[in-house]
Design a protein around this ligand. Structure first.
Ligand SMILES: C[S@@+](CC[C@H](N)C(=O)[O-])C[C@H]1O[C@@H](n2cnc3c(N)ncnc32)[C@H](O)[C@@H]1O
Length: 345
């Protein structure tokens, strides 16, 4: 079978990281708002992308879908002409199920339009379901479609509409290992992207919460991974998630204060952390009284030249003793933090 056209959906700001992640699978054709289009053999490897929110088969891309409701029939006609048999075959080769009970569509658009998301979804869902002889499950009125359907995604940017078919049963960002989440638990593709940007080696997350960064670092191939948190409940949650990821003994978990870490000087190559900065989770213990101790301990445990990749509020300044290597603004749950990479002097 020839290479398939695929689309990786991303968190806003992670497009470049995802483009680099997909490159070993095949050439990147286009990078847009929260999308990376690429070509690759239709094989289960495409479901192994960790920094993408989801991976889909490119169905059709149509120009001329402007803000007017009258543009929707153009989209409906194009959707009816999609090479559906070919797409279903490619989906199966990638590891997707080869039967479905219905068709569900999820749409989003940029800019003002004289139609809403449900109008877009119906414009695609009705002709596709009819061509496949399946039921169409509309989301109008907030109805959640049942499991087991073919899940299509429609995005409209400018006058270009993209219709794409999800390969897996669930979006890639829903990790099977996340049995327990806590306030402030990190979106797994962001954690995977931070681990990727950091490189690996001996990795520490001193405020590990439910363990997402530590688990993603270990799954990404880090040598040694340590996850610590001052809250024993968080550490218990991280232990459950780590075991569910098949990393039972692979990560060292422990209760500790990030302002007084039980880690030797220079023992760590990479710190990955989204610290508690009073947004969703307040700092406690030493960090509540003396937040600067976070940076002091970071500097102490990192070897010279070691790195930290941190999720911080926009414009947070790294402290003395660190060189700023990169700032990557992202959009996450309506907030705009930055992935900041620093090197210890
Ligand atoms: C934003 S959450 C981290 C979430 C985590 N990355 C995840 O995916 O679940 C911040 C964590 O910092 C922890 N924390 C607060 N004060 C701390 C301290 N002094 N030392 C260590 N951990 C602390 C909280 O218990 C919380 O789990």
């Amino acid at each position: 079978m020839t290479a398939a056209r695929l689309v990786a959906r991303t968190v806003r700001g992670l497009e470049q990281v995802v483009a680099e992640e997909v490159r070993p699978l095949g050439p990147v054709e286009f990078q847009g708002h929260r999308e990376v289009w690429f070509r690759a053999e239709p094989a289960p490897a495409v479901l192994g992308l960790r920094c993408a929110d989801d991976v889909l088969l490119h169905g059709i891309s149509v120009r001329g879908i402007g803000p007017a409701r009258a543009d929707l029939p153009v989209l409906a006609e194009a959707a009816a002409r999609m090479p559906l048999a070919e797409l279903l075959m490619a989906r199966k080769r990638c590891g997707g199920k080869d039967f479905a009970t219905g068709v569900a569509v999820s749409a989003s658009f940029l800019g003002r339009r004289n139609y809403n998301r449900y109008d877009l979804e119906d414009a695609v869902g009705r002709p596709v379901a009819s061509a496949l002889g399946l039921l169409y499950w509309s989301r109008r009125g907030g109805v959640v479609p049942p499991d087991g359907g073919l899940s299509w995604r429609v995005t409209v940017e400018g006058d270009r509409a993209l219709v794409a078919l999800r390969i897996g049963e669930r979006p890639l960002h829903r990790r099977g290992y996340r049995r327990v989440t806590r306030a402030g638990s990190l979106h797994p593709p962001v954690a995977a992207a931070m681990a990727r940007l950091g490189g690996g080696g001996r990795v520490l997350d001193p405020c590990c919460g439910a363990g997402t960064l530590a688990v993603e670092a270990a799954l990404g191939g880090a040598e040694v991974v340590l996850g610590l948190d001052r809250d024993a409940g968080a550490v218990a949650a991280a232990r459950v998630n780590g075991a569910a990821a098949g990393l039972g003994g692979g990560i060292g978990w422990g209760v500790a204060d990030a302002g007084r870490l039980p880690v030797s000087d220079g023992a760590i190559d990479l710190v990955l952390c989204n610290p508690p900065w009073d947004r969703q989770v307040p700092p406690t213990g030493v960090l509540a009284r003396r937040p600067q101790r976070f940076w002091r301990e970071l500097r102490r445990v990192l070897r010279p030249g070691g790195r930290a990749v941190l999720l911080l509020p926009a414009n947070a300044l790294p402290r003395a003793g660190f060189q700023l290597l990169d700032r990557l603004p992202i959009s996450l749950s309506g907030q705009h933090p930055e992935i900041v990479t620093v090197r210890r002097d």
